[in-house]
Design a protein around this ligand. Structure first.
Ligand code: PBG
Length: 353
């Protein structure tokens, strides 16, 4: 209206600016803002990563990820997933911590029918038949060298030999009841090989979520703490690369993500993922526009750690910062969000403190 009620004393009286467009009109109230909001976040978008161990029957806190535990195999896993489901999060991705004595250079534990991973999948599907169970396909949690693939004595990560083992791993996860297998290893050609292996064994309904654009990032540190899975350089007579730069993508590269996306689509991926999340929103938007496949984004352990650290110091409003991050993933074009904040963010979305 024309009223100047409430305008502070001394404010100049001016002729209204001749503005045909005043975007602020559409921001005037929460009701109006909610009605014109372009994207929304829901617990249905979340995939919750869970760390599992069986070194004791107690959960073990992860120092660099406050609030996140390695869950003790059994009841503690069930309780955590039941809590997630009560808030509408019905998708989880399973990460087992392998005891050192089961790790080998060729990571056979990855396809042990009775391995911790396979037992966890069975436990989850027996307890919650309609839960969507995702798995990670890569050798690093089982490999004594701490790499996603098999390392030769000369320090080369062997592509095709690794693929053979990734196929066995994916099939053993499917046999255990996995709904979606997620190759995070970045070997060339693994998506197509895994698709053929699954189909050959009759698992035509098991999906593949490919880590399509997975970067060699510094933000995976806390995850490697959680699983004790970091590369282990400096072994006698063997040259173990100290990083994953010969298979994960260079953070400087954008066009290369198109190349990876085209390959994954042609090889039969069902969902494409970008990882990490917040520093890579341009790549999320790129995949959204390059392909009709659903796009997932991984809000990784280091991103979680940064938010927690700032929140603990009172430097950020955690709830607002986290929900903003989730909204921005959706705005950039992500359908699915893998996040350690899955339960907390869902509580906030439900209006809890
Ligand atoms: C294993 C894997 C990693 C993550 C997911 N799967 C670690 C890595 O590639 O070194 C990282 C997840 C996170 O940081 O939250 N291949």
């Amino acid at each position: 209206g024309k009223h100047r009620t409430g305008v502070p004393e001394g404010t100049p009286i001016v002729t209204p600016q001749d503005l045909p467009s005043r975007p602020r009109r559409n921001r005037r109230s929460e009701s109006f803002r909610a009605s014109v909001r372009e994207v929304n976040v829901s617990p249905a978008n979340f995939i919750l990563p869970i760390f599992i161990h069986e070194e004791s029957n107690q959960n073990v806190p992860i120092a660099s990820m406050p609030g996140i535990n390695r869950l003790a195999y059994g009841k503690n896993v069930i309780d955590y997933v039941a809590e997630a489901r009560s808030y509408g999060v019905n998708q989880v991705v399973v990460f087992p911590k392998t005891p050192d004595h089961l790790k080998t250079q060729t990571a056979e534990e990855a396809f042990n029918k009775n391995g911790l991973s396979q037992r966890t999948i069975r436990l989850l599907k027996d307890s919650f038949p309609d839960l969507e169970v995702y798995t990670d396909v890569a050798l690093d949690p089982y490999n004594s060298d701490g790499h996603d693939g098999i390392v030769s004595d000369a320090g080369v990560i062997l592509n095709d030999e690794t693929i053979e083992y990734l196929c066995r791993q994916a099939v053993s996860q499917a046999e255990a009841g996995a709904d979606v297998v997620s190759p995070s290893d970045m070997m060339d050609g693994r998506v197509g090989a895994i698709r053929r292996a699954l189909d050959r064994e009759g698992f035509t309904n098991v999906s593949i979520m490919s880590y399509t654009a997975k970067y060699a990032s510094a933000y995976y540190g806390p995850f490697r703490d959680a699983l004790a899975s970091a590369p282990k350089p400096g072994q006698a007579h063997r040259r173990i690369p100290p990083n994953k730069k010969t298979y994960q993508m260079d953070p400087a590269n954008y066009r290369e993500a198109i190349r990876e996306a085209k390959a994954d689509e042609a090889e039969g991926a069902d969902i494409m993922m970008v990882k990490p999340g917040m520093p890579y929103l341009d790549v999320v938007r790129l995949l959204r526009e390059t392909s009709p496949l659903p796009v997932a984004v991984y809000h990784v352990s280091g991103e979680y750690a940064m938010l927690k650290a700032a929140a603990e110091r009172g430097w950020l409003n955690e709830k607002d910062a986290v929900l903003e991050a989730m909204t921005c993933f959706r705005r950039a074009g992500a359908d699915l969000i893998l996040t350690y904040y899955g339960i907390e963010a869902s509580k906030w979305l439900a209006g809890e403190k």
